[in-house]
Design a protein around this ligand. Sequence first.
Ligand SMILES: Nc1ncnc2c1ncn2[C@@H]1O[C@H](COP(=O)(O)OP(=O)(O)OP(=O)(O)O)[C@@H](O)[C@H]1O
Ligand code: SF4
Ligand SMILES: [Mg+2]
Length: 317
Amino acid sequence: MNKNDMILEVRDLTKVFPAGKGRTLKAVDSISFTVNKGECLAVIGESGCGKSTLARLVTGVEKATSGSILFMGEDVANAGRRELKAMRRNMQMIFQSPVSSVSPRMTIGTFLLEPYINYGICCRQEAQERISELLSKVRLNDDCLRKYPHQLSGGELQRVCIARAFSLDPRLLVCDEITSALDVSVQDDVLRLFHSLQTGSGIACLFICHDLALVSSFSDRVMVMYLGQTVEIIDSKRLGRDAVHPYTIGLLRSMLFVSSDRNKPLTAMKGELQSPVDIPENCHFCTRCPYAEKRCFLERPQLREVETGHLAACFRV
Ligand SMILES: Nc1ncnc2c1ncn2[C@@H]1O[C@H](COP(=O)(O)OP(=O)(O)OP(=O)(O)O)[C@@H](O)[C@H]1O
Ligand code: SF4
Ligand SMILES: [Mg+2]
C-alpha cells in the first residue's frame, strides 16, 4: 500500500484506566491499524471491548497511555488544544446518541452554522446556502432550522448530526454506533443514507458497530476486537469465507452468516469472559476458545499477516 493513501495510521495504541486498589484496566491494548483515503474500516466487537475508547483516542478526546496516532501525517496523540482544533476540521465524529450531541438550548440552524463560524469558512449567507444543500442530502428541509432538538425525532436528529459531520468536507469520519440509539424502524434508513453520502464523498470512515452482518455489507475492511485487542483484520468481502480467528468465526456462526459446509467446528461461544481488570498478557479469548492450549493462557499471539492484507492474532494460524 502506498503511504500517501493512508489517512490514519495507528501504532501500538494503548489506553490504561485505573481500576481501583492499584489495579488497572487496558481498554485498548497495543492496537495497530490503518485507514486509507475513502475507505470504510468497520470496528466490531462485543460490549466493553474498547471500541468507544478507541474512537475517543483517535479523535483526541482521550489521551493515549502509549502508542502513536498519525492523522494525515500529524501526531494526534501528542497534539495540543490548538493543533487538535485544526485537525478536527478534517476529522469529524458522529456519536451514538444524537440527543446528547446537540445542545437542547440551540436551534438546529445554530447547530449547523457553528462549524462554519468556528472555522471561519465562509460568510453567513454562503453557509446558509450550504446548509440547505446538506439538509436536502439528508432528506430534511429548511423548516427544521428553526426547531430545537426535542422537536425532531431521533432519526431526524441523527440525520442533522450526519449533515453537520459532512459540512466541513472532512477527510475522516469516526462513527460510534450511530444507529444503535435509534428506533429499529429507522436504523436501516439512516445507515443507508450515511453510506451513500460516505461513498459518494470519498471520505474515509472508521465505523464502529456491534453488528458484524451489517457492517460487512457496506464496509471495505473489518477489524474485530476482543477485550482491548485486535484479533483479526480482513477484507469485508472475504469475511464470510476466509475469516480464521476462532472469535470471528464464532461471531459469524452466531449469526448464521457462514455457509453450512464450512469445515470449522466452533458452534457457539461458551465459557467465561476474562475480567478486563489486571488481565494477563495472554490470548484474551483463551477462556472461551475451543482450541485453547496451555500456551494461549500464558502468551499473547501477535497480529500477523496470514495472507495479503489479512491479519489475525492466533497461535493456530
Ligand atoms: N473512563 C474510564 N475509566 C475506567 N474504565 C473505563 C473508562 N472508559 C471505559 N472504561 C472501561 O474500558 C472498557 C472499554 O470500554 P468502551 O466504552 O471503550 O467499550 P465499548 O466497546 O465501546 O463498549 P459498548 O459496545 O458497550 O459501547 C470497559 O471495560 C469500560 O468499563
Ligand atoms: S491463540 Fe489460542 S486461545 Fe487464542 S484464539 Fe488462537 S487457539 Fe484460541
Ligand atoms: Mg461504545
